[in-house]
Design a protein around this ligand. Sequence first.
Ligand code: PDD
Length: 284
Amino acid sequence: SISYLNGEYQPLAEARISPLDRGFLFGDGIYEVIPYYGGKSVGLMPHINRMINGLAAIEIKNSHTAEEWKTLLDDLVERNADMGENLGVYVHISRGTDVKRYHPYPENVEPTIFCFCFGIKDPEPLDRSAVTQYSLVSTEDLRWQRCHIKSTALLGNVMHFQEGYSTGADEALLYNANNELTEGSSCNVFVVKDGKISTPIQDNQILPGITRRIILDSLKSDGNLDVEERIITMDEVRNADELWITSSSKEIAPVTKLDGQPVGNGEVGEIWEQAFKVYTASKF
Ligand code: PDD
């Protein structure tokens, strides 16, 4: 696989950065993961814009326009066409390599830009009996209060993911100190009750997911399903008919078990199927 590092293309296994890189020492950086199916990206411009906003939020210099980022990423996917039909692109921009370990933002240091491609699965079938079902465990969200920034400092997320993984679940579902749903450790969450779809509002407690945005926009313009952004309590989550997790790699994934209990009737719901159909028709 061919990676991109600071303007150079080279095999991923040969790419090298300094141990003094602030991404390594402090997790001081911004990242993105963008899916490409058959060479076509999903949400590329929203991903790039979120990345540019993230860089501005932590005052890392952005050396590329949105159009230049698009060209760079599309080109990297083309160079890796032999890796498979469906690829994810990982983009990582750290504040750069300083001459010593020192907390303040350094001046006159160039950001480190690193990108590589990895194989991703085919989209799931639009079929309630064949789609992969997910099992979640819930736990209090103990990450930081800037979850809207897609920071490379993912220890909080990784620790929560492991809480689910170590007990045989696929993801951790997170709630705040007020018992309100936030998101998953690597995904956003949607809840369905009596045919109504809802997802937590976009604030500092969640990542503004691109998949979440595409789902909201496509469902609203389709107009056949009722969807809203609002505060959702954990009691509502536990009484939901359907629960979905969404991300660039999972698209819309149905959750049929939460804390060992069935979600709704324990089967993949029909609103999931309708929503996944609408999303699939508009994702490119
Ligand atoms: N995860 N929330 C969190 C905490 C995430 O890490 C992600 C994405 C999402 C969904 O965002 P999007 O729809 O833009 O992918 C929500 C990425 C894919 C990852 O770290 O692998």
